[in-house]
Write a new protein. Structure first.
Length: 208
């Protein structure tokens, strides 16, 4: 197989990487996917497909030097990398993804962080991997066989929906909490694997 066929073979096996790192400080507060998480998900399939991945640094620049006298607490490093996906049986057959990355650090770790970020990003983009905060990907949620049944929906709806005078329904306070916990637009989209957990939440909260 050529490199594109090999990458496609990997894509058939993995589609999703769950975000595992919480980023805080400097006004930031969000979840991200780490380099190690991406590697742990993709490595076995890349090995199986005979794809070697390595970053080649094209250029580097220390944009900002740490200077405590000027209240500059972190170095800011920038690097551009060509991340190569190489057919191990024909090393000239490769896909190259160019990534520019930045990293901040108060010591000597910024260059390593930069290379890790570039490699992680290239793998995510080359393999078209979805990232998210839930155990299941959106693709899995769209698979109807993985969703709650009509009976399970009815059990949860008793806690989560209330009827409006003019017809229709709206989320109860319990339902709104469930909606936020599982990132749901509709109760029908709850994965079947989460039903027991969701029902226990509802029973604990009650009808509100």
């Amino acid at each position: 197989m050529n490199i594109y066929q090999r990458i496609n073979a990997v894509m058939t096996q993995i589609t999703y990487v769950q975000k595992d790192s919480k980023i805080t400080g400097g006004g930031a507060n969000y979840k991200a996917v780490s380099h190690d998480q991406v590697v742990s998900v993709a490595r076995a399939e890349l090995v199986k497909a005979g794809i070697v991945v390595y970053p080649e640094q094209v250029n580097a620049e220390m944009i900002q030097q740490r200077d405590l006298k000027q209240d500059v607490k972190m170095h800011l490093y920038s690097g551009t990398y060509n991340v190569h996906f190489v057919n191990m049986d024909d090393p000239q057959d490769r896909l190259t993804v160019s990534i520019n990355a930045h990293a901040a650090d108060n010591g000597d770790k910024a260059p390593g962080k930069c290379a890790s970020y570039a490699t992680k990003t290239a793998i995510l983009k080359a393999l078209c991997l979805e990232t998210g905060e839930n155990d299941e990907s959106r693709e899995e949620v769209r698979d109807k066989s993985n969703l709650i049944s009509a009976d399970q929906h009815e059990q949860l709806a008793a806690y989560c929906y209330k009827n409006l005078d003019g017809g229709g329904v709206e989320w109860t306070k319990t339902g709104a909490k469930l909606q936020g916990a599982y990132k749901l637009n509709s109760l029908h989209l709850l994965p079947a694997s989460k039903f027991n957990e969701a029902l226990q939440r509802c029973e604990k909260l009650g009808v509100k």
